[in-house]
Design a protein. Structure first.
Length: 292
């Protein structure tokens, strides 16, 4: 009888936990969306022929629900002298990726070897996610964590300041119902700090307030030096990712967005859990063999 009583108690307890999860359905005008915005341009040139090139390419892609839970895109621009620029990005709820690079051909290596290369190349990639949620609990406190990993590299940064690569992010939590900003973060990478881990806390006053979470990651690279003799390149590689987690500090507060994505940090599985599970299985087997 003891074993049966424990099973019933466990089922009731599990049911209580499941019913405590607040998962509202999204509805217009609060529809989650993912956006990719890319730009890449390469311009070659020579003293003899003047500037000319591959032009500037750009593309914008927005994926609102229910059309999908991810967006991705890539573009490139190539000039006749060999200069080129690339940009690509991926956006999913909770994860953003962005990559940009620019390459300026040297006069000696370009097809315009008889002239003077004055070309430049630049690219920009940005990924953005917009989601909504309701806390389900009054005065619910949250901890947001943004982990940005990536790198950037440039050739000869002393050349008239025209070679650069960097990344930036913006993050905002806005209470649409109350009409006020609850949290805001921004960051721009430097050579000494190409990555960052930042946290911020905020409180949602009312359980039914509609909260917008807007996360934006951008990678930039450009080469616009007047030095003609060198092949120059700049790369901003944040395809490693921006990861967004939102953890509830108030018991029972919801962490699932209208997108259906759960922003809570993954719970690590303790190393002792497999041993505990084996012990429990043995205990249950022993109890079943004993008469009631």
């Amino acid at each position: 009888m003891f074993g049966i009583y424990n099973k019933k108690t466990l089922l009731v307890f599990t049911a209580v936990l499941l019913t405590n999860v607040f998962t509202p359905s999204y509805a217009s005008p609060y529809i989650p969306s993912l956006t990719i915005n890319l730009g890449a341009g390469a311009l070659g040139g020579s003293v003899s022929y003047g500037p000319y090139g591959g032009g500037f390419n750009s593309d914008v892609k927005t994926v609102p629900l229910p059309n999908g839970n991810s967006a991705s895109d890539s573009i490139t621009s190539t000039a006749p002298d060999g200069s080129y620029a690339d940009a690509n990005a991926i956006a999913t709820y909770g994860f953003l990726h962005a990559y940009a690079d620019a390459h300026r051909a040297s006069a000696s290596s370009s097809s315009l070897s008889s002239g003077y290369n004055i070309g430049d190349a630049q690219s920009q990639a940005h990924a953005e996610s917009i989601d909504y949620f309701q806390s389900g609990v009054n005065n619910a406190s949250y901890m947001e964590t943004l982990n940005v990993t990536g790198s950037h590299s440039i050739d000869n940064p002393t050349l008239d300041g025209g070679v650069a690569a960097y990344a930036l992010f913006n993050f905002n939590v806005y209470d649409i119902t109350a009409g006020k900003t609850l949290a805001s973060l921004s960051w721009t990478s430097t050579n000494l700090q190409p990555e960052t881990l930042q946290t911020i806390q905020f409180t949602v006053p009312n359980a039914t307030d509609v909260i917008q979470v807007d996360t934006y990651l951008q990678a930039n690279a450009y080469v616009m030096s007047n030095e003609p003799s060198q092949y120059l390149t700049a790369t901003s590689d944040y395809s490693h990712t921006l990861i967004l987690n939102m953890d509830a500090l108030t018991v029972g507060a919801n962490t699932v967005g209208y997108s259906g994505y759960n922003y809570a940090s993954p719970v690590p599985i303790p190393a002792s859990l497999p041993l505990f599970s084996m012990a429990m299985a043995g205990l249950i087997g022993l109890m079943r063999r004993q008469p009631c």
